[in-house]
Design a protein around this ligand. Structure first.
Ligand SMILES: Cc1ncc(COP(=O)(O)O)c(C=O)c1O
Length: 359
């Protein structure tokens, strides 16, 4: 039986979206392609209300490519990478692997990174790049990216502020002009509810200008090249055209629902899940910093998540255990993409039945 995914990505994708991928292929240097691609980026710009100095782009990659793009094309001398979970750690390690000096600002997993912690480090004047993960899918922590943005813009205007919003963009609030960030990116298999294989990034002119000053940007990771091709509504290399058809349809649906309503729907699901979690278990994430798209729950009752998933599979659902070192201590429910409150209530009702929890 098909299991509907409530894991923190990939998430469930409707047949309507999947079917878009079966359209005939077109050449990626043809006018028809530029019309398709330019149409999608125009829809992305409209959905995220982008001013002209912030440009969308789509890479044929998962989100991790953008760790490398920041490492290769943005960091000039030294980066400050905030680390409070598995994905922000991977980002920090990637910047180092790109040969760039990187200091890790480490915060206990489950806790949020606060603006004052960052300010203390940036005050040294050593850093030209700052990375923060908005929504740490490993811990369910939602870092306060707008508060950080206000601080960075006021005090450190030359620092490029790059945000991993892989599991929050198109679900949670991620308008770059409100946040004050220079780069924000996401993978399509999360809140965009598409198959994996594309990343969407919103980048301002300041970051593109920075990239021009950075040598050895590589090939696939050359952000200057990416935005040169963007001017022609093309991509530097052959893109995954079937996924672009699907993204085109997804943007229509998101625009129809509207940015505010998409956020409200995700918030409702998060609040319901987290109230249930607090009644029966405890949240792993720091109070006040809980994710809107994935709830990471402390398994205080020592329940067997593997067995739960075997039973849930009989009804056609799947949740997730904890990530990495949190595997046995936590479990996660992804409520993103196409999910709504009715679906979440149904699955939580099933979990109550299987685990014999009080409702
Ligand atoms: C917050 C976060 N960052 C980065 C990644 C890596 O994204 P991808 O697998 O699309 O490369 C993930 C994947 O789950 C994630 O949740």
């Amino acid at each position: 039986m098909h299991k509907k995914l409530l894991i923190p990505g990939p998430t469930e994708v409707s047949q309507e979206i999947l079917s878009e991928q079966t359209r005939p292929l077109i050449g990626h240097r043809e006018k028809e392609f530029s019309q398709l691609y330019g149409g999608i980026t125009e829809k992305i710009a409209r959905f995220f209300e982008l001013p002209s100095e912030i440009k969308p782009t789509i890479t044929t990659s998962s989100g991790t490519l953008w760790f490398d793009i920041v490492g290769r094309s943005i960091v000039k001398q030294k980066a400050l990478a905030c680390v409070n979970g598995a994905f922000s750690l991977r980002c920090a390690e990637t910047l180092k692997a790109c040969g760039k000096q990187t200091d890790f600002l480490e915060v206990e997993w489950g806790k949020a990174v606060k603006p004052e912690m960052i300010a203390e480090k940036l005050d040294s004047g050593e850093y030209d790049t700052l990375t923060v993960c908005h929504n740490e899918s490993s811990t369910g922590v939602r870092n306060p990216i707008s508060d950080i943005g206000k601080m960075v813009r006021n005090k450190y205007p030359n620092v490029i502020y790059a945000i991993d919003a892989v599991s929050s963009m198109a679900g949670d609030k991620t308008l770059p002009q409100e946040i004050g960030c220079d780069i924000i990116f996401a993978s399509t298999q999360k809140c965009f509810a598409l198959p994996p294989g594309l990343a969407v990034a919103l980048v301002n002119d300041k970051a593109i200008e920075r990239a021009k000053e950075v040598p050895n940007r590589g090939t696939y990771t050359d952000m200057v090249d990416i935005f040169e091709f963007e001017k022609k509504n093309q991509t530097p290399f052959t893109p995954c055209i079937p996924l672009l058809y699907a993204l085109n349809k997804r943007m229509d649906l998101l625009l129809e629902e509207t940015y505010d309503k998409v956020y409200q729907r995700h918030l409702e699901m998060a609040q319901y899940t987290q109230q249930w979690a607090k009644k029966n278990f405890a949240m792993f994430s720091e109070a006040g910093y809980e994710s809107v798209t994935v709830s990471c729950i402390k398994n205080t009752q020592g329940k067997n998540v593997k067995e739960l998933n075997q039973k849930l599979a009989e009804s056609g659902y799947m949740i997730s255990n904890g990530y990495g070192k949190l595997a046995e201590k936590t479990f996660r429910i992804g409520h993103m993409g196409e999910w709504n409150l009715t679906g979440i209530k149904e699955v939580i009702g099933l979990i109550d039945e299987i685990w014999g929890l009080k409702t």
